[in-house]
Design a binder for this molecule. Structure first.
Ligand code: URA
Length: 200
């Protein structure tokens, strides 16, 4: 039988699918809500669905998603540990960034999602995620890799995985930031320590 949380989650998904708060819904196939776990200590927020995400109805399933998944795997994250979503739930045409009005229109749904998932750590991937979350444009070089503590949870900003796809050298800072996130989750008791990889 569905419990209270399941019912709330189903109502939330129905609200997302029925949303026409901006024009993006008319041009997309699926409303992309999340992948991973509905309750998770880590919430990862990207920009907006691309073509693959729109077709499959899941976030980060294209090339950026593959990179993100490899990073998560290298730090021992499993499906239960993360909730992956985006600042905008509908695909913008031609993969452009969502504009501020679209981000603003989607924000109440993200806030509701946040209250249901109740993460301890949030990883913002890229400047659009940062801007959507904090409401100001970041200088990525300055904000990335540092935790901000707010209302008892920890927010880290890193580069978007697409940035590493453009230049593999950019993978290192994202890898380092994911390591900080992993260690923070252990430090606050939300995940066990990462087992060292046995080289023998
Ligand atoms: N890029 C994003 O920011 N989100 C996705 O879901 C896919 C690619």
């Amino acid at each position: 039988m569905a419990d209270d949380f399941d019912l709330k989650w189903e109502a939330f998904e129905a609200k997302c699918r029925a949303c026409h708060n901006c024009g993006l819904r008319d041009g997309c196939t699926n409303v992309v809500i999340y992948r991973g776990s509905r309750k998770a200590p880590l919430m990862i927020i990207g920009e907006a669905p691309g073509e693959n995400e729109d077709i499959q109805g899941l976030p980060f399933v294209g090339r950026s998603g593959q990179l993100l998944q490899n990073l998560l795997g290298s730090y021992g994250f499993t499906n239960n540990d993360y909730h992956i979503c985006n600042i905008a739930k509908c695909r913008p045409p031609q993969n452009r960034r969502p504009v501020p009005e679209e981000i603003h229109a989607c924000k109440p749904l993200l806030a509701e999602q946040f209250m249901l998932v109740r993460p301890k750590v949030i990883l913002l991937c890229g400047s659009t995620a940062y801007e959507g979350f904090f409401g100001t444009k970041p200088v990525m070089h300055d904000v990335r890799g540092r935790f901000i503590e707010k209302n008892g949870y920890f927010i880290m900003t890193t580069y978007h995985p697409a940035y590493a796809l453009r230049n593999p050298a950019n993978k290192m800072p994202i890898y380092e930031d994911m390591g900080k996130v992993r260690r923070k989750l252990t430090e606050i008791g939300a995940m066990p320590p990462l087992e060292p990889v046995d080289g023998n």
